[in-house]
Design a protein around this ligand. Structure first.
Ligand code: EPU
Length: 337
């Protein structure tokens, strides 16, 4: 384990923001994680996974611990299901492709989501009609203060839309080291409920889709709408889709009957922030090196040398405008550091 000083995090955050860590260490085993936490007990620490869901607006005056635990394996199986475990530092998309190659079903709709496996439970990642809570069994995590391992079952995680216990009661207290998923071996629950997937499969003349067909359709949709962080810095959806009271929705709907919406419950409706942002005129706009993506207004982008502060300023401008024009408060999905 080598601790490096004044370390650039540009390559460690998908926004590609230049920010420095006071100290940086990459961790390759649970034992090393325990040692580093014990040796640096009283110092400020910052845990870094794939860096795909954060906006760095300043240098980090702490020891940055980059979780780079690797390995994935089948734990057990029966005739219908397989239990697979991945270490936290595995790249999510590579893990998904590994499951599909073995004809294990359940993760295909979440192909090409940036980031590492260990951070997926934190915000219950999801796309195209599926969330990880649908296949999640448990995750192991180390308590930062005591270095004692704890298993969080699905019930313990309190999953919600882009929500979990790790954003609330357990926030900043644990480091997820591995995750277990239960996937199907046969009778796969193919989910084409999301309109874009059906359209994409029709385009490809696929009638009875396999897991690979779904994955390929999702990849094609994402590539057409969402920028590749390797080419254009971004953190996926910058905002959450707001969930508003039905009464408020009805008022906005009366003025904008064409606004898409999803009924969440009898009293709540979710509306797409991307639509609101596009309607407010921000889609494709550029302010210096910070901007709003041309194909998906929910995604803020770094054209090269934007600072985190510049991107943050754009996000605040968007929030204020949406509040003024629609009376709807939209909340960041990414962690602003
Ligand atoms: N829309 C617009 N303009 C835009 C973007 C979207 O009018 O610029 C409209 C679309 O036409 C559609 C609706 O908004 O009617 C929803 O758009 P889309 O299907 O692209 O999905 P989203 O709600 O904008 C969410 C997730 C994405 C995920 C997609 C697909 C959140 C915050 N985002 O986006 O997740 O890939 O659904 O399931 O829930 C991420 O979290 O980083 C992410 C990319």
């Amino acid at each position: 384990m080598t601790i490096q000083n004044n370390f650039s995090l540009k390559k460690y955050n998908t926004f590609g923001i230049e920010a420095k860590a006071k100290q940086f260490v990459a961790i390759h085993s649970v034992e090393d994680l325990k040692t580093i936490l014990q040796e640096h007990q009283s110092e400020p620490k910052f845990i870094l996974g794939g860096g795909s869901n954060m906006l760095l607006t300043q240098d980090i005056q702490a020891l940055v611990i980059h979780i780079d635990l690797k390995g994935k394996k089948v734990l057990k199986e029966d005739d219908d299901y397989v239990w697979v475990e991945s270490q936290a530092g595995e790249n999510w998309h590579e893990f998904v492709l590994w499951t599909i190659d073995q004809n294990f079903g359940g993760l295909e709709n979440m192909s090409l989501i940036p980031g590492n496996v260990g951070t997926t439970p934190v915000q219950n990642i999801g796309a195209y009609g599926t969330e990880i809570k649908d296949t999640f069994v448990s995750c192991d995590a180390m308590n930062i203060a005591t270095q004692v391992m704890k298993t969080f079952t699905k019930e313990n995680c309190h999953f919600g839309y882009r929500e979990s216990v790790f954003k609330h009661e357990a926030k900043d207290q644990f480091i997820i080291t591995s995750v277990i998923f239960k996937l199907t071996k046969r009778n796969h629950k193919i989910n084409t409920s999301y309109g874009d997937i059906t359209k994409e499969l029709e385009k490809q003349n696929v009638v009875t889709p396999t897991l690979k067909d779904i994955s390929n359709a999702v990849i094609a949709i994402r590539q057409s709408k969402l920028p590749d962080p390797k080419e254009l810095g971004n953190s996926g959806s910058f905002f959450k889709n707001p969930i508003i009271p039905k009464t408020q929705y009805e008022k906005v709907h009366a003025l904008h009957p064409e606004m898409p919406h999803y009924v969440v419950s009898e009293t709540e409706v979710k509306v797409p922030a991307g639509w609101l942002i596009e309607r407010a005129g921000f889609k494709g706009k550029r302010f210096g090196d910070a901007g709003i993506h041309k194909n998906q207004a929910l995604v803020l982008v770094n054209y090269g040398n934007a600072t985190g502060q510049e991107i943050l300023a754009v996000s605040r401008d968007i929030q204020a405008t949406i509040l003024k024009e629609f009376g709807i408060a939209i909340e960041a999905e990414v962690n602003v550091i």
